[in-house]
Write a new protein. Structure first.
Lengths: 353, 353
């Protein structure tokens, strides 16, 4: 039976990425060796790293004032790397937007380095919307926000104008919509949503914002040190980077971010229309802040729960349970999820009477 | 033609690891989904993580006073995690042994956190031996050493008795010899030598040594936080951990560390005997400190270089060039390198007249 993988991440990737990356493990580029056993400094892998760094800039339409890094440690490591690299050692102060558990995680780490002002928060409403109408002045070393909140299914469709360095955790919606990426000074994202398998984190940073804090940064946490070694300061996560390159090549070969955005709009319309029109279901997030990636919703009639759960499982759907902190359901619809899978889910939703 | 991969890391792994990990990318455990697209919290992957943590303890013959973590970021991240977690915030002081470029890298990071005393160094002799006859008293928060030095081909065959916490970077010889692992309080190792592909770092730590520094440690750098979440504080590097488990299962199914050590002794004897008996070659490291993993040597008659290089390449050998900082040749013979490959190299060495 065909599988429909709505997992929140790690999540579905293009099928050709699975095939090509499995092939590379058996024989990489026809060299008679596995991708897993070659040196990261071999010409075959250096070419992978170079192309992975280049394709990110092409897809985002950003210039040479940006540097692209592929690092280990997860996006959570960026929660401390950002203040290490951007918050001044003396009198450091940053503005954060609190839109969910992960944003709050970034805030917690920021506070270990200096003053953190939370310029907006929807915590009291269980993060069901994106706060707006705040100002961020030049007195801050940077502003940090989270573009998409997987648990709640909210997404920033507009970004504020700020008078300081703009930092964004784009872990769960990077490469899914054609926002103006050149608006940001530092973007980071764990790979395991739209970009690749778990184990690598993308960092895109404007060089000009670095080196200004007066901190003695541990070498491995210093963006400038990674940039100086072209993202090979130490042995990089070879396989996750290769699978990420394959995923980004698939995106580029299928119309780039603009085309992906159109497909994502279509998928989102299909399921949100069903949620809004079917009296059995209710969306969680405020409509204007609804995410195109993660759709959190609940079944209003609990007596139908067993029937609904059995029906979607029977249809080949997996990964639909909501995050443990919110309950209900969550349909994660990253770039690689086909419209067909959303249609299957919507058909199941329609079938419950 | 059969390949003989002497790469210094990432390096050769058992052939069945390549086959099984490629299979898992196409269909993991027969569930109809790729290993790359399932949640790290799915029961299938939690079972991988649990078994990976358990097998490390079985192989090392260590008890439940140890915790096993699989982290991202590389062994270089441990250079700062170690002092963050072990060096006291006030008056912190640690002892380090300087046996090579990587040991020096750890020292550099340690100095950012407190006082570092270098209790022994072979730097002035280009790291050709392991310093001995030093004492490490209880006034130090910990002692840090590097068990094997890939570039120079030196290895610690004996470890000092110290009156403090014993920390060892075992990146390039872990699981290769039956040392008493219970002698150490904290061991760490990047996977990409004897353990698995690049992208994951093993940390084995005694819980009792943690939580004593008075530092406000960034969450993601805090061993106790990782332990509290059973190595799932954030999304772990799923594929590298799975391939690591396969490699360790292969080791366990082939007699464990003791049997691997016997095979490694055989391989080392074969090549060192040739180096010592063949007047064309000379080993780099002091004999008593020779590594069983990395054999650094030079060709004494430069006029034979083209002939030798052509001969080993024609024999299917790769990865034999020495590290750029030392020149010459380096034969890396990790667990997965068969004796047959060493024999092929020795035959080539004998063929040069």
């Amino acid at each position: 039976m065909k599988k429909h993988n709505f997992s929140a991440g790690p999540c579905i990737l293009p099928q050709e990425v699975f095939q090509k990356s499995a092939d590379a493990i058996l024989d990489f580029n026809g060299i008679g060796l596995s991708l897993l056993e070659i040196s990261h400094r071999s010409k075959d892998f250096v070419a992978v790293m170079d192309e992975a760094r280049a394709i990110v800039k092409r897809l985002m339409k950003i210039g040479d004032d940006y540097e692209v890094l592929f690092l280990g440690g997860g996006a959570s490591l960026q929660f401390c790397m950002v203040p290490f690299n951007l918050m001044k050692a003396e009198g450091g102060k940053a503005a954060y937007l609190d839109t969910g558990v992960w944003a709050a995680g970034a805030i917690k780490e920021g506070k270990k380095f200096g003053t953190v002002d939370i310029v907006g928060s929807s915590k009291e409403d269980n993060y069901s919307f994106i706060p707006k109408d705040y100002k961020v002045g030049a007195e801050y070393d940077y502003f940090h926000c989270t573009s998409n909140n997987t648990i709640y299914g909210t997404e920033m469709h507009k970004f504020p104008e700020v008078d300081t360095v703009m930092v964004c955790d784009m872990s769960s919606d990077i490469f899914s919509n054609a926002r103006d990426y050149s608006k940001f000074d530092l973007m980071y994202a764990g790979a395991q949503k739209n970009m690749g398998p778990a184990g690598v984190t993308l960092v895109v940073v404007k060089k000009e914002i670095l080196g200004k804090t007066g901190r003695d940064i541990p070498t491995i946490l210093d963006y400038e040190k990674h940039i100086g070694k072209e993202s090979m300061l130490n042995t990089p996560p070879v396989f996750p980077i290769y699978a990420t390159l394959l995923t980004l090549q698939h995106l580029e070969n299928n119309g780039g971010i603009e085309a992906a955005e159109q497909r994502n709009i279509q998928k989102a319309k299909l399921i949100y229309d069903e949620i809004d029109n079917n009296p059995l279901f209710e969306g969680f997030a405020k409509k204007e802040d609804r995410s195109f990636m993660n759709v959190s919703f609940k079944l209003l009639d609990e007596s139908k729960k067993d029937e609904f759960d059995a029906a979607w499982k029977a249809a080949g759907i997996s990964g639909l349970n909501g995050h443990r902190s919110l309950g209900g359901y969550r349909a994660s619809m990253y770039n690689a999820l086909p419209l067909e899978s959303v249609q299957v889910l919507v058909d199941v939703m329609k079938s419950i009477k």
